[in-house]
Design a protein around this ligand. Structure first.
Ligand code: RP5
Length: 162
């Protein structure tokens, strides 16, 4: 992520990866404030076993694009709402990559961070049947939770019409 101030929004990505038992590392680095650190982290990532990047940044949000410029590993970008523009600035900066240097862009903010983790897991699960099974189990649990919410709705109309 581009700043320590991004960590509350990005925390959900770590929670999802933990639950799915996907090992990960977390770093703060900035396209603008620490370009040398960014380059070093990305260039050395493959030898540390990194297979997918999840990049959260707000404002001018060039970090995901900068990472994508330095690697051919998949890069997932999470635009963050850290300026008065509410994340639309970061969304446009993250999504509008030139052809040939893609950033898979998720929703703005915490939901995007969680989905980036699910998406990263889905990419890894193509070659990892155990992880694919854990993703399936998560989906099944989500479906059960929805059914439970439906059963627990207190606003149901009485079928007897009372
Ligand atoms: C971006 O600027 C960061 O990703 C962050 O969302 C935003 C503000 O950073 P701070 O000024 O809080 O460090 O580069």
């Amino acid at each position: 992520m581009g700043s320590g101030s991004d960590s509350p929004a990005m925390r959900g990505a770590a929670e999802v990866l933990e639950k799915l038992q996907v090992p990960f590392e977390v770093e703060v680095t900035s396209a603008h404030r620490s370009p040398d650190r960014t380059r070093h982290l990305v260039r050395s990532a493959a030898e540390r076993g990194v297979k997918v990047f999840i990049v959260g940044a707000g404002g001018a949000a060039h970090l995901a694009g900068s990472v994508a410029a330095l690697t051919t590993l998949p890069v997932l970008g999470v635009p963050l709402a850290s300026t008065p523009l509410g994340g639309l600035d970061a969304l446009l900066a993250t999504v509008q990559m030139p052809a040939g240097v893609p950033v898979g862009t998720l929703a703005i903010g915490a939901a995007g961070a969680r989905n980036a983790a699910f998406f990263a897991a889905a990419i890894l699960a193509v070659a990892d049947p155990g992880l694919a099974g854990r993703l399936e189990a998560w989906r099944a649990e989500t479906a059960r939770d929805i059914e439970k919410s439906s059963r627990n709705l207190s606003m149901r109309r009485d079928p007897a019409g009372d």
